[in-house]
Design a protein around this ligand. Structure first.
Ligand SMILES: C[S@@+](CC[C@H](N)C(=O)[O-])C[C@H]1O[C@@H](n2cnc3c(N)ncnc32)[C@H](O)[C@@H]1O
Length: 653
């Protein structure tokens, strides 16, 4: 009898019979043999899939309610569902949507936060919270919004580089509503550079200390500045002031011990903005005094030493300093040690393994190399995360390009050259994203390549071969490629034509070329700054900081747009923005000539930030998307279209 029942169960399962029917036989069997694991499991799975079915029916119903604007019904049902399963991120997120539709933003935010906390890696939900925070602008500081930003910023890696920068900028803007921020801006104001602490009364000094103490406990603020540059001039002024105040009061041990975490985070922030904040003479004197004491071992207690090292690190990178070498790493805070000391050290070691090609003989190439040896570009921690790996063909197909020939897709493994890879951000991203490619990445700067190699080792990426050399010598690689990409590089060569010709010579027939070049018109507002820079001799980091400070203080510039460039807020990107050793700009006519001269076929612009939609909207047609003359007309009408460069694709025919 029991064997018979077992046979019946197996047969019903095999034939995909109605689960209710199978469940009846299972229960019959279990009434006699309640411990049979196999049958218990079958019953458990049936229950699970029935629950899943019931759940997806409910979700369907919820969505119908929302679609037909029956928001009260939708809300009631969502609360019912949460009661039955309070660990499901999707229901919280949908409840958030219902509340947004009903204009209950605060409650909606709470639900989005709950869903993101349950599963921060659930892309859909996480980006709901992201979208919500990016699009709402509360008029006063509220803990709920702070909690929303904290939730996202606690999981920076998942956000990726671009989203992280955007959300941090938004969070900083929001943080300006905070009372502590407002209190401190009273002191930093416009005179943050020259604020004279000696002239302040005891009461004022006590008030500042209290505010800094409060600041050191505001999680959202700390998360914002920890691993991101702060792209907001008002916030920069506060940070510069706070840093100065801390330094000048560093011997007040009660105070400095209490804010140790803030000092560490300011040191991290300075590392990631490449020490761009202005340093007054008063601070320089104090810094030298502390440095001397450390160097000559005049500070005995380890705890004191650490606190002074961190204070110095708010201004300088000490990875090469003998001060650090005398101290066991375990005495230093972990994050600080990892990013500011250990990583640069690893990079230095890795640089030695980089192979070279050709000889760098061109004078401009040598100058540009020197620039990027001091200011590698760009500094990055997280790549822009891609959820799904893809292959070369699928990736190219997503771009909406107009190709003339599809033969390149036939090959099993495609070879890619990144010409001028810098610190390897995009190179690593392609390595992570596309699985059937082999990447060669070249750059002039060994320091940038060291950074890229360290990142590859960290992310365990193996399909990239980094080489040091000049694009002008690419023929020495003795290799041709299916795709060559060069982002923000060619316009820094003495003769951009020679650069693209060299690149084109190592491109296979039907191969693809992606170039990103500066647009003359999009950079028009930077000219007055570049002219001023030319009239001054700016070589050292100190001169660069002082020059930048002059820009911040000066009211005479026609355009203040420079403050809106993210690149303004980090030394290496600032150098790139207006103080480059060599810069050419392009216009669409020049691109047309370049494409023609090299006998390439223009395949389209990179469709970022809704570019194609804007074009189609303007011309009311997509017919001329691949015609550069139409793009010239479009750019004339919208001169900021290519503010992040002309990024376009061509094919070798
Ligand atoms: C602005 S960075 C861009 C880096 C990278 N492509 C990106 O978008 O993140 C320019 C890079 O091009 C490199 N570069 C400039 N001229 C070069 C040349 N002639 N040969 C090789 N690399 C060059 C520089 O060393 C620098 O790392």
């Amino acid at each position: 009898m029991s064997q018979n029942l077992l046979y019946k169960i197996d047969k019903a399962v095999k034939q995909n019979k109605d689960p209710n029917e199978i469940a009846i036989i299972c229960r019959q069997y279990l009434s006699k043999y309640p411990k049979n694991i196999r049958v218990l499991n079958i019953l458990k799975n049936i229950k699970l899939s029935q629950n899943k079915q019931i759940f997806s029916n409910h979700i369907l119903k919820l969505k119908q309610y929302i679609k037909s604007n029956q928001l009260q019904n939708a809300y009631d049902l969502s609360l019912e569902l949460i009661k039955t399963d309070d660990k499901n991120p999707l229901i919280y997120s949908i409840t958030g949507d219902i509340l947004v539709k009903s204009n209950h933003f605060l409650e909606a935010l709470n639900y989005y936060i709950k869903s993101a906390k349950i599963d921060p890696h659930f892309e859909k939900i996480n980006s709901k919270l992201y979208d919500f925070l990016m699009t709402t602008n509360p008029s006063e500081y509220m803990d709920e919004w702070a909690a929303g930003f904290e939730t996202l910023l606690s999981n920076k890696k998942h956000l990726g580089h671009t989203k992280l920068n955007l959300i941090t900028t938004k969070a900083i803007k929001y943080f300006k509503l905070n009372q502590t921020f407002k209190n401190l801006s009273k002191y930093s104001g416009n005179s943050f550079v020259s604020s004279n602490l000696k002239k302040m009364s005891e009461n004022e000094l006590t008030e500042i200390k209290e505010n800094i103490l409060t600041l050191s406990s505001i999680k959202v603020f700390l998360l914002c500045i920890e691993k991101c540059r702060v792209c907001d001039i008002q916030a920069e002024k506060i940070l510069t002031f706070v840093r100065k105040f801390i330094l000048l009061n560093i011997y007040d041990e009660v105070f400095s011990i209490k804010i140790n975490n803030l000092i560490e985070i300011l040191a991290l922030n300075s590392f990631f903005n490449d020490y761009i904040f202005f340093i007054s003479e008063e601070e320089t004197i104090k810094l030298n005094e502390i440095e001397n004491k450390l160097q000559f071992n005049k500070i005995r207690k380890t705890q004191d030493k650490v606190s002074k090292i961190l204070a110095l690190s708010m201004y300088r990178n000490l990875s090469n300093s003998p001060i650090i070498k005398n101290l066991k790493p375990e005495y230093l805070p972990l994050k600080f040690y990892k990013y500011c000391i250990s990583n640069p050290f690893k990079e230095k070691k890795l640089i030695k393994s980089v192979k070279t090609f050709g000889k760098i003989e061109n004078k401009v190439s040598s100058k540009v190399k020197n620039q990027y040896e001091i200011f590698p570009y760009p500094q990055w921690i997280y790549s822009d995360t891609y959820l799904q790996k893809t292959n070369f063909k699928e990736y190219i197909n997503t771009l909406g390009l107009k190709l003339s020939n599809y033969n390149i897709f036939k090959k099993f493994e495609k070879s890619i050259l990144i010409a001028g890879c810098g610190t390897g951000k995009e190179t690593v991203e392609y390595g992570e994203l596309i699985n059937d490619i082999n990447i060669t990445a070249v750059d002039l700067s060994s320091k940038s390549l060291g950074y890229a190699l360290r990142k590859c080792a960290e992310l365990k990426i193996k399909n990239i071969n980094f080489l040091q050399g000049d694009i002008l010598n690419l023929q020495d690689l003795n290799k041709t490629f299916d795709l060559v990409m060069s982002n923000g590089v060619i316009h820094h060569m003495e003769d951009p034509n020679a650069g693209v010709t060299s690149i084109n010579n190592c491109l296979k027939k039907n191969g693809l070329l992606k170039l990103s070049l500066y647009s003359e018109i999009a950079r028009r507002n930077l000219l007055e700054y570049q002219d001023l820079a030319k009239s001054e001799k700016i070589i050292s980091h100190l001169q660069l900081r002082n020059f930048r400070n002059k820009i911040i203080k000066c009211e005479d510039f026609k355009s203040k747009q420079i403050l809106d460039f993210g690149d303004f807020y980090n030394s290496s990107t600032f150098k790139d923005l207006i103080l480059h050793e060599q810069e050419h700009t392009f216009n669409i006519q020049k691109i047309k000539e370049l494409v023609k001269r090299l006998n390439l076929k223009f395949c389209g612009f990179q469709n970022t930030r809704g570019l194609y939609n804007k074009f189609i909207q303007h011309f009311r047609s997509s017919q001329n998307l691949y015609d550069l003359d139409y793009w010239a007309e479009f750019e004339e009408k919208y001169p900021d279209t290519f503010s992040s460069m002309y990024q376009f694709w061509c094919q070798k025919i």
